[in-house]
Design a binder for this molecule. Structure first.
Ligand code: ARG
Length: 461
């Protein structure tokens, strides 16, 4: 059955073949099939409850939709691009299977509220999936953070060695980003989970529909409050894709650090042979392609968000066909985020940190200079003066090609008489990290406490 048989009563001719191919979405929106069937089932039961279709018709429709579900699951469903989209494909097949009752399903409904419903159900599931993925990655990071609670590495600002930090603390920073991503998707879910069904084409319907009933059947928290807005609103897709874009940005930052840490100049981490690739020409290479791809794929997530924003900008109320263009960016954002998270979940437990190399790197670049300044402040010096004095000490160390803690007591006392032999306690890497022992600080004790707190947060995810 072609589209003209379904909804071209007012036309003299069929659709131009090029137009048909141009406007068809069935090849990608078939991904919404199960949501479409769920929406149709809820709608049919509601029509039955308000007396618009009788029990026999309702059972025929639901039986037919079940048969279609099976056909789709078993890959027997014959998708037809002449039928435009997932909605018309399913409705046409339903009528083929059950006859007259199939033609009654679309009473009090439009594809406009139908597609909005399908899409909300899809995004809701996508959020649940990605939240599970994020939680799994967080779990893997927390395990590593706990094992590396006392390992010391250089903490960077401006990509310059700044102060020593514990590796566990750094991994917990990644966890904090992911925790916000998880929360952001959860916030978005509340606005996604509202039923547009019943808004019909744009103005509602003349039938005495029970919107609460279909909404409840589909697990929505509430029903939307304006039919014009409901069929045209794609904020929820944009919000969700924005959450994916920000997640992508975070994953790209994590990936970039992994690339750096795995490089010859750092060699802080071994990503595991199974997660690296060789070179076609250089036999010695072990490349961090997984991390690089995760870094690269964030571009898609950002691009998809921008596509959707531009798609919606300037659209008048209510539904416009432009909206059909929302699906591919949305699907790609979900698939990209899911794939990146999955591969990181597999890779993170295999990462092996080289504690010795990280420690050695932290010893370069006078990373305990701030500790020396703090020490002087404790001995009565104003911080600005202490900063100045330590600056001189760093200059002296550089001139002697030494690191700050390698200067002798005498050399240090020449710069500032307040210094005693206990200064060497604060100049060590361990002294430095252990002294930052407050909420959010890098001390091993804080790392262990933060891991425990983060685990508690994960337990209620
Ligand atoms: N395939 C369409 C979409 O994705 C479904 C809604 C079509 N509605 C319409 N009035 N042409 O948006």
């Amino acid at each position: 059955m072609a589209t003209e048989k379904l909804m071209r009563g007012r036309f003299d001719s069929g659709t131009n073949a090029t137009v048909e191919a141009f406007s068809a979405s069935e090849h990608f929106d078939r991904r919404l099939a199960h949501y479409d069937i769920a929406g149709s089932t809820a709608h049919a039961r509601m029509l039955n409850a308000i007396g618009v279709i009788n029990d026999t018709d309702c059972e025929a429709i639901i039986g037919g939709l079940e048969a279609i579900t099976l056909e789709i699951n078993e890959d027997r469903f014959e998708w037809r691009s002449q039928l435009e989209d997932v909605h018309m494909n399913i409705e046409a097949r339903l009528t083929e299977l059950v006859g007259e009752p199939g033609k009654k399903l679309h009473t009090a409904r439009s594809r406009n509220d139908q597609v909005a419903t399908d899409l909300r159900l899809f995004v809701r599931d996508a959020i649940d999936q990605l939240c599970t993925d994020i939680t799994a990655l967080q779990g893997a990071l927390l395990t590593q953070a706990e094992s590396e609670a006392t390992s010391i590495m250089p903490g960077m600002t401006h990509m310059q060695a700044a102060q020593p930090v514990t590796c566990g603390h750094h991994l917990l920073a990644w966890n904090a980003m992911l925790e916000r991503d998880w929360q952001r998707l959860g916030d978005c879910r509340r606005r996604v989970n509202v039923s547009p069904l019943g808004s019909a084409a744009l103005a509602g319907t003349s039938f005495p529909i029970d919107r609460q009933m279909s909404a409840q059947a589909l697990g929505f928290d509430s029903v939307s409050t304006n039919s014009l807005d409901s069929v045209s609103d794609r904020d929820f897709v944009i919000e969700f894709c924005s959450g994916c874009a920000l997640l992508g940005v975070h994953l790209s930052r994590i990936a970039e650090e992994l690339v750096l840490w795995a490089s010859q100049s750092c060699r802080f981490v071994d990503l595991g042979d199974a997660f690296c690739t060789g070179s076609s020409i250089m036999p010695q290479k072990k490349n961090p392609d997984v991390a690089e791809l995760v870094r690269g794929k964030s571009g898609r997530a950002i691009g998809n968000l921008v596509s959707l924003l531009v798609l919606m900008k300037g659209q008048p109320l209510a539904y416009n066909r432009d909206n059909q263009e929302d699906k591919e960016p949305l699907f790609d954002s979900v698939d990209t985020a899911h794939a990146c998270l999955q591969v990181l979940v597999a890779m993170v437990p295999n990462m092996k940190f080289d504690r010795e190399r990280m420690r050695k790197a932290a010893q370069r670049g006078h990373t305990t200079a701030t500790d020396l300044a703090d020490y002087l402040v404790c001995r009565g010096m104003a911080f600005r003066d202490a900063h100045e004095a330590v600056g001189k000490a760093v200059r002296l160390a550089e001139a002697c090609q030494l690191e700050l803690p390698d200067l002798s007591l005498e050399q240090l006392r020449n710069i500032c008489e307040h210094i005693d032999s206990d200064v060497f306690d604060v100049l060590t890497l361990e002294g430095s990290v252990e002294s930052r022992n407050h909420t959010g600080g890098t001390a091993p004790r804080q790392v262990r406490e933060a891991v425990a707190a983060a685990r508690q947060a994960l337990a209620v995810h």
